[in-house]
Design a protein around this ligand. Structure first.
Ligand code: AKG
Length: 425
């Protein structure tokens, strides 16, 4: 320190995390110290009260510090603290697109036993399988082919909660353009992605890892942009991505509404409900990137979950990794380059009184390849009330707002979603 000729003290943050963010009572205080030849960033943290997710915040502050000072010479930063100096002491690669999983979740790696519990929840993987494959081209043929196709859709939704469709009407050109723009945005430096305003995404759109994870099996080794479609046209700086997302969403939403109408009709309740309540502005697009993971047997790409929507349309690449629960077993879905994957969400399970099934699914990681997928979620407006089309109903009436609030509350307090069982009569 005696070699220091001058210093700039920048008060970056004094953060009292509110209860429930799992970092409460901890604080971060950062400043730049400029010597003749070097700039160091010191971050003082109350490490004892921190959990790994806070370390991500520190990484964010380092990024902001570098950006603020426009210190193009600065490619490394020193972080002094009891616990984290060992792994954050190495230079940060500011241009890397990858979130700092190892550094952020170091404590989870430290406590890992190395013994992967592949059969968690008592479920075992049986085999890769082909989901029911439905040719939607039949909907344009004669009455009997059309009826057969509708029956297949309803049957798969009851028995699997998942199916694949071919001849779905979404051109390869749109699918490829979407994939290409998605890859481009994920390949931006990590510091640009966390600074959502630099990409014009709305706050909270960019997500990575699992801030609440307390062990490796709770960590999702992936990053995502979860984007309300209402926001897509406002991406100032990302015009090609935004127009591609709009194009993708418009064609996929037609398909989603068509499938919802068929499912309602097959329940004996043809209804304009889905067209009236699921508007282009109330749905979501989620772009996922799953990074290769050296400890793939211990970490999932995406934790098991059901979708909080009516139905989901997924476009995945050829890497594979999606698994779903069928007959109390995890089944690995074999990718089909021609097909889109459809799955029933919680709201359709409630509307159909449990006839159509919202099934738990997850994504496994692999050591070599990265994987991309894009999901379209058919959601209603928050005020839409969902009630079963059959009486007596096994679920209470609830608004989409109530459902989401309950899910968020459970995630905060229990660390996981409970979902529909909360609304049983
Ligand atoms: O990437 C996948 O295959 C599944 C994605 C998914 O389940 C989700 O985004 O909710």
């Amino acid at each position: 320190m005696s070699s220091v000729y001058g210093y700039i003290l920048i008060f970056f943050s004094f953060i009292g995390y509110p209860r429930g963010t799992n970092c409460y009572h901890s604080f971060t205080f950062s400043f730049l110290l400029v010597s003749k030849r070097k700039v160091h960033i010191y971050i003082l943290v109350d490490v004892k009260k921190m959990r790994s997710s806070c370390i991500a915040r520190i990484d964010t502050y380092l990024t902001i510090a570098v950006k603020l000072q426009d210190l193009s010479c600065l490619r490394g930063a020193m972080v002094e603290s009891d616990n984290i100096s060992a792994h954050l002491n190495k230079p940060l690669n500011m241009e890397s697109p990858d979130p700092p999983f190892q550094e952020t979740y170091k404590t989870l790696f430290d406590y890992s036993t190395g013994a992967a519990t592949k059969n968690e929840n008592g479920l075992v993987i049986v085999e890769e399988c082909d989901l029911p494959l439905i040719d939607l081209g039949k909907l344009k043929l004669g009455e009997s082919e059309k009826e057969e196709c509708k029956r297949e859709i309803a049957k798969a939704s009851q028995e699997w909660g998942f199916f694949q469709v071919v001849n779905h009407g979404i051109s390869n050109e749109i699918l490829e353009k979407m994939r290409c723009e998605q890859v481009k945005v994920f390949k931006r430096p990590f510091h640009e992605k966390i600074n959502e305003s630099s990409l014009s995404f709305s706050a909270g759109s960019y997500r990575w890892g699992t801030p609440s994870a307390t062990c490796l099996r709770q960590l999702s080794w992936s990053e995502a942009f979860h984007v309300p479609l209402a926001d897509v046209s406002h991406f100032g700086g990302l015009t090609i991505l935004s127009s591609t997302m709009e194009q993708f969403a418009t064609t996929v939403s037609d398909l989603a509404r068509k499938l919802a109408d068929i499912l309602a009709e097959k329940m004996g309740h043809p209804s304009a409900f889905f067209r009236e309540n699921c508007l282009p502005s109330t749905c979501y697009l989620r772009m996922n990137r799953y990074l290769p993971c050296q400890i793939a047997s211990e970490v999932l790409g995406l934790m098991p979950h059901t979708d909080s929507d009516f139905l989901t349309i997924l476009h995945q690449d050829q890497i594979g990794g999606l698994q779903l629960v069928k007959d109390d077993k995890w089944i690995a879905v074999k990718p089909n380059p021609e097909a889109l994957i459809i799955n029933i969400g919680d709201l359709f399970q409630a509307w159909s009184n449990g006839v159509y099934r919202s099934v738990e699914h997850r994504v496994v990681t692999n050591k070599q390849a990265e994987r991309f997928s894009t999901a379209y979620f058919l959601c209603p407006s928050y005020d839409t009330v969902i009630e079963s089309c059959i009486k007596p109903s096994i679920y209470k009436r609830f608004s989409f707002r109530e459902f989401r609030q309950k899910v968020q509350e459970d995630v905060k307090t229990l660390g996981h979603k409970v979902g529909l069982p909360r609304f049983l009569v």
